[in-house]
Structure formats: C-alpha cells, structure tokens
Write a protein that binds this ligand. Structure first.
Ligand code: SAM
Ligand code: SF4
Length: 319
C-alpha cells in the first residue's frame, strides 16, 4: 500500500491485549485490575486472522505482535502459524517483557516466529523488580538465552531513566560484545504514568553514546526507528531510539492495530479509526484500508505537551 507521500506501508503492529503481568512504573498504574470489568480486548482470534489475511493481500510483509503483554494472549502460537503458513508472511516478531517466554519459545519458533524484542531496563535483580513492580530478572534472562539458542533474533529494549539505570548502560553495551543481540536504548516518553517521572527521569542518551569513543555509527538500510552503533569485534549492535525528536517519519512504513479493533496510522497520534464494522467483509475491508492509508499523516508533531493520557497504548516505539 503506497500512501500519499510515496511511502510503502508494509509493516503492521498488532496489539493482542492491553493486559499485562507486570506493572512497569512508567507504563501501568500499580493498582490496575484487569480482572474487573475489563472490556478493551474485543477482537476474536478469527477477527485477527481476517485482518492479517486482508493486510497480507494488500502488501503487508512484516507483522509484530505486541500488547500489553502478547504472551498472555492464549492463541498466540495459532496466530503466528496462521500468519506464516496461511498468509505467507515470513517476517514475524513479538515485543514482550519475556516473562515465561523460555517455556514456549520453541513452539513459537516452530510456528514461524523469527524475532523477539525483549524489554529489559536493568540487569540488577532488585532494580528489575522495582521498575516492573513484580518481575523476575532470572526468568527474562532465561528467555533471552533460550531465544538465542533457538536462533530467534533478539533485540533488547531498555528505557533509560535518569538516576535509575543510567549507570548500567555500559553493562548493556557490553552484552553486544559477547552476544549477537541488539541492545536498543529508548528515551523515556512522557505518556500516561511516565509523566509522573519524566522531569526527573529524562536522560539524554545521544550525548552519552557520543561520549563513547569506541562506538561508531552504522549506516543501515533497514527501516528502523533506531540509529545503530557498533564497536570493533562486537557481535551485536547498540541502538538509540529517540521518539521525541524522531526524524523517522519520512521512512515510516508502519501502522498499528489496537486490541479494541481500531487502526492507528501513526503510532504517535491519538487518532484511531474503528475497523470493527469492516471485519469479515473482505471487499469493503480492502477498499477501506486503501483509502485509510492515504490519510496517514506526513509526520508527527510530538512534544512533551502533546503527549496525552489516552496515548498510553500507542507508544510501541520499541517494538
Ligand atoms: N509488554 C511488552 C513489553 O514490555 O515489551 C510490549 C508492550 S510495551 C508497552 C512496549 C515497549 O514500550 C516496551 O519496550 C516498553 O519499555 C516501552 N515503553 C512503555 N512506556 C514507555 C515510555 N513512557 N517511554 C518509553 N518507552 C516506553
Ligand atoms: Fe507491561 Fe510492557 Fe507496560 Fe511493562 S512496558 S507494564 S511489560 S506492557
């Protein structure tokens, strides 16, 4: 699908649930209760399949499943298999906190999973527990190793927070020396819960990276939101994602499907288009999608003041 600005839209991120088993302080309130009156996840497995099939016919070649926490979605394996086998989409990834992934990684890999982005903000157990409010670092590291063993491409997403984990960045960078992992540092965004810590928590990652002489910039052809760096002999890369000052819009090839049955044409916009009415009507879905794509904005105008509370679910920048 080609949009008004000549961009080929071939990448969709699909949120499978808004639920999560962690409560990262910059993402979820500590007291959110997903058991009570929870209505946001409205799409059925067949709805997801319909959307992916329809989009594959329109030229989507890359799918990333995300959330909330996508591993909580009971039909994840089925959906990955369907995407790979029935829709012939080869580039399939998930963005996950990695909790419990080691137990199902093999099955997901067999179904067609090619890459995982694992969120990990600290390599110290007590800090990991405090930022996630309940996560177990050992579990996540086990998942990282399992994926590497299976040959699944691993990227680690690390949100950098001043005074919290900025002293660990070299440890993260060292991981890329020994493992074929891309570690991507993400600038904290003042969305939802993160607004409470943004003033004190913002950390200028670019300045830090530029201060490390051994790291050199890589020119990459891939359509990535990250600027990548390497040092001699390293197996993986170091990436920097700065969504607030992102200059990626002119290359942007992605759209997003939310768990409540809407499409977001720009991950940084509040605008959602409800597509529930078009589900299971292949012709109308196809024509409507083509029209919608033409409305994809040229760029986002995100700044600290424009980030709204309702945008909590749409910041899948690290995905
Ligand atoms: N639960 C999965 C996970 O944590 O990877 C997928 C969803 S999570 C919302 C996707 C990514 O967004 C994670 O890497 C998370 O660290 C990042 N994220 C959440 N809130 C953020 C914020 N305020 N600023 C920057 N990144 C944020
Ligand atoms: Fe859950 Fe991911 Fe949000 Fe953490 S960042 S609370 S793991 S959805």
């Amino acid at each position: 699908m080609i949009d008004k600005y000549g961009r080929n839209i071939n990448y969709v991120r699909i949120s499978l649930t808004d639920k999560c088993n962690l409560r990262c302080v910059y993402c979820m309130p500590s007291d959110v209760d997903f058991e009570k009156n929870y209505v946001n996840d409205v799409l059925s497995l067949n709805d997801y399949k319909f959307i992916i099939k329809g989009m594959s016919e329109l030229g989507i070649t890359k799918v990333r499943f995300t959330g909330g926490e996508p591993l909580l979605y009971p039909n994840l394996e089925d959906l990955i298999r369907y995407t790979y086998k029935d829709c012939k989409i080869d580039d399939i990834g998930i963005t996950t906190n990695g909790i419990g992934l080691h137990e199902i990684a093999y099955d997901l890999y067999q179904s067609g999973l090619k890459s995982v982005n694992i969120s990990l903000d600290s390599l110290k157990e007590y800090r990991y527990k405090s930022i996630t409010r309940c996560g177990d670092l050992k579990d996540v590291l086990k998942s990282v190793h399992k994926c590497l063993d299976l040959g699944i491409k691993v990227k680690i997403n690390c949100v950098v927070i001043n005074g919290f984990n900025d002293d660990e960045l070299l440890d993260f960078i060292l991981m890329t020396k020994f493992y074929p992992i891309d570690v991507r540092f993400i600038e904290l965004m003042p969305l939802g819960e993160a607004r409470k810590i943004y003033q004190k928590g913002y950390f200028n990652i670019g300045e830090m990276i530029n201060g490390i002489d051994e790291l050199y910039k890589i020119d990459s052809n891939e359509k990535s939101t990250a600027q990548y760096y390497k040092f001699d002999g390293s197996k993986g890369r170091v990436g920097v994602i700065t969504p607030m000052s992102c200059s990626f819009c002119n290359k942007c090839n992605r759209i997003r499907v939310t768990a409540n049955g809407s499409i977001k044409l720009c991950l940084h916009s509040n605008e959602e288009i409800d597509i529930k009415y078009y589900l299971n009507k292949p012709l109308i879905f196809r024509e409507t999608m083509k029209e919608m794509i033409l409305k994809k904005p040229e760029k986002h105008y995100l700044n600290e003041n424009q980030c709204s509370d309702t945008s909590r679910k749409m910041y899948q920048i690290g995905g």
